[in-house]
Ligand binder design. Structure first.
Ligand code: NAD
Ligand code: UFG
Length: 337
């Protein structure tokens, strides 16, 4: 029998890429998503790319009835939990909405999992949990001290899952701290679909290239980095998705709680990303240097060696592929899904 995975947030950006890989690896998949930041069209793309049917439940992780019915109907073995809100700026102005959705939602999900005796979870955490430790390469034991509400919701859920594991050793959990996910499916059929003005660098660059936005604002060129612009660890969403499958496999065979960075370990600056995108697209990216964005650090990136060792996984795709795939997605879908 194929193992059955519930993917919360499975029609979202990272979730959808992970679902396609799960189906290719012969997992059965049920997606639970309330579509607050994604589109039903994603389901058609998933079926097109995988050649398989995927069960979809439109619902909220905070709805116990929906969870109970889904667990009863589908015989779920494990959960990959992507569902959550992720806009840092919005989290500062709407903290209660973030604590309710991300923290309370996760507590309800975990409670219902426990009741249904489903005790394997892979959780989407973030490099934001680290805050500003004063150096730029983060290991998993780098002190955590998030500087925004969004980051605090991620750390709270990490702690809740750790406490749960301490109380009941039969839980199996992986807390995956993503660095900067970018890129799209190589087919150009699936990618990131931000609503409104993108907050993040690469979706904005792609919209400038395709002519949807006039120019990119580069937030500061006076950082202590070689070209003065901020450096980040961009990781291809396909590599990230593969990291989830690797984590699930490891959890099937051992019960240690895993806390792992998922990154490449190789940071790139804003200007390097702009130039890589120009090369991939053949388009000029208009940009202007503006003031720093509040809360941004000069540079941070993963030490990915623990994930490599524990998962037998390593990011494979570099920034050229990240930009080529983003461009293909953007060109094929100038208005998103
Ligand atoms: P996304 O917004 O594309 O996907 C999240 C999905 O969850 C969406 O489809 C949304 O409709 C759904 N959702 C939100 N709240 C829900 C709820 N209460 N019930 C049911 N569904 C709900 O985001 P993404 O980029 O795919 O991120 C996935 C996860 O990874 C999130 O938890 C995010 O915080 C985390 N993460 C993302 C990044 C990033 O830069 N993209 C970095 C680190 C961590
Ligand atoms: N940047 C610009 N112009 C823009 C957008 C971004 O110059 O229009 C710069 C930023 O200053 C930064 C870099 O591009 O130097 C990357 O910025 P992003 O907004 O793409 O990503 P962040 O590193 O700020 O944050 C991302 C996610 C967060 C997550 C964090 C975790 O957006 O959700 O990584 O590491 F919490």
């Amino acid at each position: 029998m194929n193992k059955k995975v519930l993917v919360t947030g499975g029609t979202g950006y990272i979730g959808s890429h992970t679902v396609v890989q799960l189906l290719a690896a012969n997992y059965s998949v049920v997606i639970l998503d309330n579509l607050c930041n994604s589109s039903r069209e994603v389901l058609n793309r998933i079926e097109l790319l995988s050649g398989k049917k995927v069960d979809f439940v439109e619902g909220d992780i905070r709805n116990r009835d929906v969870l109970q019915t889904t667990f009863q109907l589908h015989g779920i073995d494990s959960v990959i939990h992507f569902a959550g809100l992720k806009a840092v700026g919005e989290s500062q102005t709407q903290p209660l909405m973030y604590y309710d959705n991300n923290v309370n939602g996760s507590v309800i999900l975990l409670e219902e999992m426990a009741k249904a005796n489903i005790k394997t979870i892979v959780f989407s955490s973030s490099a934001t949990v680290y805050g500003d430790p004063g150096y730029s390469q983060y290991k998993e034991d780098t002190p955590v001290a998030p500087i925004n509400v969004y980051g605090r919701t991620k750390l709270m859920v990490e702690d809740i899952i750790k406490d749960l594991k301490n109380s009941d050793a039969s839980w199996r959990a992986a807390l995956l701290r993503y660095f900067n996910p970018v890129g799209a499916h190589a087919s150009g059929q699936m990618g990131e679909n931000p609503s409104g003005i993108p907050n993040n660098l690469m979706p904005f660059v792609a919209q400038v290239a395709v002519g949807k936005r006039e120019k990119l604002s580069v937030y500061g060129n006076d950082y202590n980095t070689p070209d003065g612009t901020g450096k980040r660890d961009y990781i291809h969403v396909e590599d990230l998705a593969a990291g989830h499958l690797a984590a699930l496999k490891v959890l099937e065979n051992q019960s240690e709680l895993l806390t792992l960075n998922l990154g490449t370990g190789k940071p790139n600056s804003v200007l390097e990303m702009i130039h890589a995108f120009e090369k991939a697209s053949g388009k000029k990216i208009n940009y202007e240097i503006v003031a720093r964005r509040s809360g941004d650090l000069a540079e941070y990136y993963a030490d990915p060696t623990l994930a490599e060792k524990v998962l037998g996984w390593q990011a494979q795709l570099g920034i050229d592929r990240m930009c080529e795939d983003t461009w293909r997605w953007q060109m094929n879908n100038p208005n998103g899904y």
